[in-house]
Design a protein around this ligand. Structure first.
Ligand code: SAH
Length: 371
């Protein structure tokens, strides 16, 4: 499976689109806002660039793409007012894989400009936005040309499903009956996923080191695993419910068993400790700060765990989040005919699970400075 061909969120602005269902991911942007402010402020004060180059890696399309863009512009504007310096020009790169719905972004850019112009107390910052299709596991920029990288909810997508898992040697699927690390995954599957992430993340850091100006900064937010055990990490539980939903369709003869056995997600949720260890070992970046926060997987459920809630509605909300992320990959592997059925089952299975415990997502926000 070529990731660049199949990995993308649901485009457009329809009911099942990522744009209409990315409130969960928006929370990470809101939580990281103080760190974004710190980073942009420090770059501005230390480097006083006349031209500031900023890139959002894995921008997708929809309100979150614009939230990052306008936050950075507003923060630079505030800094200029504080320091009384000349306003820099910002070159903003929005990066994602080629299948991303860049057209939707371009069609809405005017709206962002109008909103920014209407903001009180914001001096106008000349900015130029371009789309940059390509994988962030390859070089995207000339050497030492970027001041700030932002990336949210993106780098847990690894560059490929580990080859040995995909190769499916001797007709024996290595990760039979699972689509990610699951309770029945053998230890070698865990190890292969872990090694793939370590290679990818180290490579990502090296590439960004080359592209950043000295003392340039990077703010990365992504889901992490909070539980110690890898097999029952939060993401394993959530993807395990997708697996159960697919499995019920196999048992009813709607999906071939072999199809399920050969579907694996190019995804890995590390623990915070793993991430810190990789950054430290590599030694190219100083960790300025990091924090983790937790939210319910249902983005509309901000209730206390013991408060009464509507588990059926919550199951439906979770299914919308999941569908907006997985639909293109599922449709590519299993065919688009199964999509409605799969996510209806997922909604019901989540609703049942929620009676036992809520599904949680832990997010790590990590602020790094190039040495
Ligand atoms: N940053 C947005 C979108 C997150 S969804 C938000 O916070 O809401 C994750 C995005 O990362 C998807 O659009 C996906 O296509 C993109 N992505 C995953 N792997 C990528 C890669 N190797 N290179 C570029 N983009 C990638």
């Amino acid at each position: 499976m070529k990731i660049a061909k199949v990995l993308c969120m649901v485009g457009g602005s329809g009911e099942t689109s990522y744009a209409a269902n990315s409130k969960l991911q928006e929370k990470a942007i809101l939580m990281a806002r103080p760190m974004l402010k710190e980073a942009v402020g420090e770059i501005y004060r230390n480097l006083l660039p006349e031209k500031m180059v900023v890139a959002d890696l894995g921008c997708s399309s929809g309100p979150n793409t614009f939230a990052v863009l306008s936050e950075v512009i507003k923060m630079v504007s505030n800094q200029c007012q504080g320091v009384g310096q000349q306003v820099p020009e910002i070159q903003f790169f929005l990066n994602d894989l080629p299948n991303n719905d860049f057209n939707s972004i371009f069609q809405s850019l005017d709206h962002v400009d109008q909103t920014l112009t209407a903001e009180k107390d914001t001096i106008s910052v000349p900015h130029f936005v371009v789309g940059l299709p390509g994988s962030f596991y390859g070089r995207l920029f000339p050497r030492q040309s970027v001041h700030f990288f932002h990336s949210s909810y993106s780098i847990t997508w690894i560059s490929q499903v580990p080859k040995e898992i995909e190769d499916n040697r001797n007709g024996m699927p290595l990760n039979k009956g699972n689509i990610y690390i699951g309770r029945t995954s053998p230890p070698v599957v865990v190890q292969l996923y872990q090694e793939q992430f370590h290679r990818d993340f180290s490579h990502f850091l090296k590439l960004r080191f080359d592209e950043l100006v000295p003392c340039g900064q990077m703010l990365l937010s992504f889901t992490v695993r909070n539980k110690k055990g890898i097999l029952d990490g939060e993401q394993s539980t959530i993807f395990g419910i997708v697996t159960d939903s697919l499995d019920s369709m196999v048992r009813e003869g709607i999906i071939e068993e072999e199809k399920l056995d050969t579907f694996n997600l190019p995804f890995y949720a590390p623990s915070t400790e793993e991430v810190v260890a990789i950054v430290t070992l590599q030694g190219l970046f100083e960790i300025i700060s990091f924090k983790t926060f937790v939210s319910n997987f249902d983005p509309f459920d901000d209730l206390d765990d013991h408060a009464e809630f509507d588990n059926v509605q919550s199951g439906t909300n979770c299914a919308k989040v999941m569908r907006s992320v997985l639909e293109p990959m599922i449709a590519c592997h299993f065919g688009s005919a199964i999509v409605d059925d799969l996510f209806s089952r997922f909604a019901i299975n989540v609703a049942k699970h929620l009676l036992k415990e809520k599904l949680k997502i832990f997010v790590l926000c990590l602020s790094l400075k190039r040495k």
